[in-house]
Design a protein around this ligand. Structure first.
Ligand code: HEM
Length: 147
């Protein structure tokens, strides 16, 4: 099944809403990640020395990158039908940090829950699936780069 204009538009508009309140949503995103995988705290330079999830500009920049890359993947899926990893370093970075397969499921769940919070009553299965597909395709390219 190809990625549709509608799916791309759903991802784009919720990405814009996400950016409108980055401090709040980036903290929410990492809070959910650490609820599911408490041990992951030590992996993130901007979390390891803080009590719980504290807001910081690096935390926010990192969340913006992750969501932004998923959004870019949605654009690639609609225009080219495939996701090409634009930053070849991402494989090595994640190996070095000790990221493994199950972590990708945790980050996916946190991303989808954050988007649900972002869009409020505009949430739909269709929107959720659009983010899910874009994330899965991107995660596959990163995992390939890690192997
Ligand atoms: C670093 C993206 C999944 C843990 C990064 C960076 C990017 C990124 C762009 C920063 C590279 C830089 O320094 O410029 C993504 C995307 C993911 C993903 C798009 C999924 C599609 C994961 C997962 C984990 C993870 C599943 C594990 C829980 C980390 C850590 C760093 C990192 C620990 C280093 C952050 C730091 O301490 O500064 N990731 N990532 N990432 N990622 Fe991911």
């Amino acid at each position: 099944m190809s990625f549709t204009d509608k799916q791309e538009a759903l991802v784009n508009s919720s990405w814009e809403s996400f950016k409108q309140n980055l401090p709040q949503y980036s903290v929410l995103f990492y809070t959910i990640i650490l609820e599911k995988a408490p041990a992951a705290k030590g992996m993130f330079s901007f979390l390891k020395d803080s009590a719980g999830v504290q807001y910081s500009p690096t935390l926010q920049a990192h969340a913006e990158k992750v969501f932004g890359l998923v959004r870019d993947s949605a654009v690639q899926l609609r225009t080219k039908g495939v996701v090409v990893l634009e930053d070849a370093r991402l494989g090595a970075i994640h190996i070095q940090k000790g990221v493994s397969g199950p972590h990708f499921a945790v980050v996916k769940e946190a991303l989808l829950k954050t988007i649900k919070e972002v869009v409020g009553d505009k949430w739909s299965d269709e929107l959720n699936i659009a983010w899910e597909v874009a994330y899965d395709e991107l995660a596959t390219t990163i995992k390939k780069a890690m192997s």
